[in-house]
Design a protein around this ligand. Structure first.
Ligand SMILES: Cc1cc2nc3c(=O)[nH]c(=O)nc-3n(C[C@H](O)[C@H](O)[C@H](O)COP(=O)(O)O)c2cc1C
Length: 412
């Protein structure tokens, strides 16, 4: 039987007489869809990649040998052709995966994340970058965890789209709480659509601070969004009736407080970029993304201009009653915040694919006394983690990100 391999398998060369391993390496590239040689192999001793035509002293050790080995023993090994075809993890691929991760939303576009990738262990580490913390608006780092959770979701989607199955562990080191997650690429993926199917929305999702149509969101779309959050162990509920009015009022109250709060103004000033601002344009919310000023309507929009006039900024009529959803959890620990971030991004990607636009309405969450009454008294979920506004309208605008080489370290 001819030799067949997947990207990620080990190629082992043994001495034919003693059975001692002479050399081993990871197969990082295939030249034929059916997994037959030659292979591009990254040798473990030199870390060099060479093209290899394996001789009789070489054999393949499948990645994730448990399951694969069993299938091989019973003659049911899945052929490479049935896999989505994982590409070798070149530096360009790793950088593009991290670029996808950083397309995620973060409060004030502060991008509070860093990534490390270990080639040998094929693992990404996601770390909090406290330079992106907001001391006044987010002293507990809840929003920081949510933004990083959203980036983690994008990374999971991109890795799956790339053809890899991944194992994600939140907060893998209890002694290092700023190490937020590890994502280990375990084996080439089968044909699963989840979460790879969300990939087309990763770079087209933007926060839209424009008015939305009053049109209803059809029940199947609502159900899909509830399911998206549920997959990340977070509850999503559409707010309606008196509760909707109440949530809107709480957000408006928070927005009014923010406008006169020195701390909130300081966080905003650090991360908003007016048209004549000469500081780095790789973070923060640029003036072109502020959206129009509200003339009428009840959509509670954060005013990134801090109440100050912006030359040429138009006025617009917003929804009389916006579509708002609450994302909630039953406890309020860092792991819940990371789950929320992943759920938020899953919901936003799913909404984008369904033609919906979205913005965040998180002002009330930043005031202790306003957060508690936000919750839906009929749900068992005590902690509201995020409020999103959804609707049919302009898709929003792309905002800047720090370049990947500023946020990624690749280790051998
Ligand atoms: C936890 C969190 C809170 C946010 N709060 C608000 C908000 O209250 N109002 C708003 O307009 N945008 C809010 N945003 C959206 C960010 O401003 C936005 O993600 C960032 O500027 C990047 O833009 P993008 O989403 O278009 O990529 C929030 C985002 C996160 C993750």
């Amino acid at each position: 039987m001819s030799m067949r391999a997947h990207v990620g398998d080990q190629l082992i060369v043994e001495s034919p007489t003693t059975g001692v391993t002479k050399r081993d390496g990871e197969i990082v590239g295939l030249h034929h869809d059916d997994g037959t040689p030659p292979y591009e192999v990254r040798w473990s001793d030199t870390d060099q990649v060479t093209l290899v035509f394996p001789g009789p002293d070489a054999h393949i050790q499948p990645i994730g040998h448990g399951r694969e080995g069993q299938r091989e023993a019973t003659g049911q090994r899945t052929s490479t052709a049935t896999h989505r075809g994982a590409r070798a993890l070149s530096e360009a691929v790793i950088m593009s995966l991290v670029e996808d991760a950083t397309a995620a939303p973060s409060m004030h576009n502060a991008q509070p994340w860093r990534f490390e990738y270990s080639r040998r262990r094929r693992v990404f580490h996601l770390r909090a970058d406290l330079r992106g913390a907001l001391p006044h608006s987010d002293p507990e780092l809840r929003a920081l965890h949510i933004g990083c959770g959203a980036a983690l979701m994008n990374l999971r989607v991109a890795v799956a789209h790339e053809g890899w199955e991944a194992q994600t562990r939140p907060l893998p080191d209890p002694g290092d709480p700023m190490l937020l997650a590890s994502v280990t690429l375990t084996r080439p993926l089968g044909g699963e659509a989840d979460p790879a199917g969300l990939y087309p929305a990763v770079r087209t999702r933007h926060t839209s601070r424009y008015p939305f149509d009053e049109r209803e969101i059809p029940p199947p779309v609502r159900t899909a969004l509830v399911d998206a959050a549920h997959r990340e162990q977070v509850a999503l509920s559409f707010v309606s009736g008196w509760h909707l009015q109440y949530v809107v009022d709480l957000a408006l109250e928070a927005e009014a407080r923010n406008l006169t709060d020195a701390g909130a103004a300081a966080d905003l000033a650090r991360f908003t970029r007016r048209a004549d601002d000469t500081r780095s344009a790789t973070e923060g919310v640029p003036e072109y993304a502020f959206g129009p000023r509200r003339r009428i309507g009840k959509a509670p929009m954060r005013d990134f201009a801090g109440g100050k006039p912006v030359p040429g900024r138009p006025m617009a009529d917003f929804e009389t009653l916006p579509h708002l959803v609450l994302l909630s959890t039953s406890s309020d620990r860092p792991v819940d915040w990371l789950r929320t971030g992943q759920a938020v991004e899953r919901v936003l990607l799913r909404a984008t694919l369904a033609g919906l636009s979205a913005s965040f309405v998180t002002q009330a969450l930043e005031w202790h006394d306003l957060r508690w009454p936000l919750r839906d008294p009929m749900s068992g979920m005590a902690y509201v983690q995020t409020v999103l506004r959804l609707g049919y309208g302009p898709p929003g605008t792309r905002t800047p990100r720090r370049p990947v080489h500023d946020v990624l370290d690749i280790e051998p």
